[in-house]
Design a protein around this ligand. Structure first.
Ligand SMILES: *Cc1c(COP(=O)(O)O)cnc(C)c1O
Length: 384
């Protein structure tokens, strides 16, 4: 039952024009030669995968990358036609759905390829795969010393096409790790050569994520896999001190004040009594909590913007509510807009700022806004 009635005013606004700007800006910076994969896993890092993919497809993105079959299926249900790479591969039993929906799995175990080969043969199809090589990330991918054995087995499978070879950087965002990134590139080149010795010459050779594509031109190869830069999150995932594409944040999260109260000096606020007023204070209560994705660890550290001015969080963030000290902002009233991420009156809070306070990265912040926070998509100034 999704009836139209007034909703809690906590919402996220996704600027699809800024998303398109970021893609074009990244493409101009990186160059016209590689194909471009937009990584829209995890609901496009919290920004809404279907709507982001629809816009990016119109902007000329070639590929989409998702984590799971479910995420790929959601894009196909929305009539996304571009090729889609399942970055996390598939689980046993998902082969026929992957083949029939034209979802291309990353493969990093022989049994995955064998199951796909069996299923594809029964369907009278050729299953395309991208083989993932572990050159130093240590997570998914086959280790370099196992490449030859796998390539030999794969060359014997009749209903598999190795359309891509891929690897993933562990630390391309940090220039102090550039020796390691170079080592990953060298190991990957070795793996590509081993495949070639088995007459496997895939169409796509792909290494670069956002920081790789921006900071290491030699890693661009013929397909770059961009996530963070598309969402404007260059502030903490690109290395400092290098040229970067111009990027704009695309997410704003706002709410409205539900209650304003005056409290006397000495009174405490919230669970655990972690904030005590050191002066007579004015406290505003805002309907956003840690279930919405405002991390509880931001309590007493973070800030929001009200009427163009920063206001500090006061007391613990609870599941559904947050309290803010608005003593220094004149005339705050019920219904005033509260900007959690975004800009208002010349003041701005970016996901990178919140992440920095918490010792994490901006991706975890944008991903963290839950489904209780409805996404509204803005395009050409219009609210669709
Ligand atoms: C998430 C992911 C990417 C995108 O990384 P960004 O840093 O967001 O550009 C690229 N490749 C793989 C394998 C990934 O898992």
């Amino acid at each position: 039952m999704s009836q139209d009635y007034p909703k809690r005013p906590t919402a996220a606004f996704i600027d699809l024009d800024a998303l398109a700007f970021n893609f074009q800006s990244a493409k101009q910076f990186i160059g016209p030669d590689p194909a471009y994969m937009a990584v829209v896993k995890a609901d496009a890092y919290g920004h809404g995968a279907v709507r982001c993919a629809q816009r990016l497809e119109r902007e000329g993105v070639d590929w989409f990358g998702v984590a799971t079959l479910e995420e790929g299926t959601a894009l196909r249900d929305a009539e996304i036609r571009n090729p889609i790479l399942l970055l996390g591969g598939i689980w046993p039993g998902q082969e026929s759905l992957a083949v029939s929906l034209d979802l291309t799995p990353a493969v990093f175990r022989l049994d995955q390829a064998e199951l796909l080969d069996d299923v594809a043969r029964k369907m009278d199809r050729i299953a395309k795969i991208h083989v993932k090589i572990d050159t130093g990330m240590g997570r998914l991918g086959i280790r370099i010393e196992d490449v030859s054995r796998l390539a030999g087995h794969l060359s014997a499978l009749t209903n598999i096409e190795v359309e891509g070879l891929m690897t993933h950087f562990a630390a391309a965002d940090s220039l102090s790790e550039s020796d390691f990134t170079q080592l990953q590139m060298a190991r990957f080149a070795e793996a590509v050569a081993v495949f070639a010795s088995y007459r496997i010459d895939p169409k796509y050779i792909t290494l670069a994520n956002s920081p790789g594509a921006v900071a290491y031109p030699e890693s661009r190869s013929n397909l770059v896999r961009l996530g963070g830069v598309l969402y404007g999150l260059g502030g903490d995932i690109l290395p400092d001190g290098i040229d970067k594409p111009d990027l704009r944040p695309i997410m704003a999260v706002t709410s409205e004040i539900t209650l304003v109260k005056s409290i006397p000096i000495g009174e405490s606020i919230g669970y655990g009594r972690t904030f005590t007023a050191e002066r007579d204070s004015i406290i505003a209560t805002v309907p956003i909590g840690y279930h919405d994705g405002l991390p509880r660890s931001l309590s007493n550290q973070g800030r929001v913007i009200i009427n163009g001015e920063f206001a500090p969080l006061a007391g613990r963030i609870s599941m559904d509510w947050t309290t803010v000290d608005v003593t220094d902002i004149p005339g705050v009233t019920v219904g005033d807009r509260v900007t959690i991420i975004g800009s208002d009156g010349g003041s701005e809070i970016r996901a990178e700022e919140i992440a920095g306070m918490l010792g994490t990265i901006s991706y975890e912040i944008t991903c963290g806004f839950s489904s209780r926070v409805p996404r509204t998509f803005l395009e050409s100034g219009a609210d669709l």
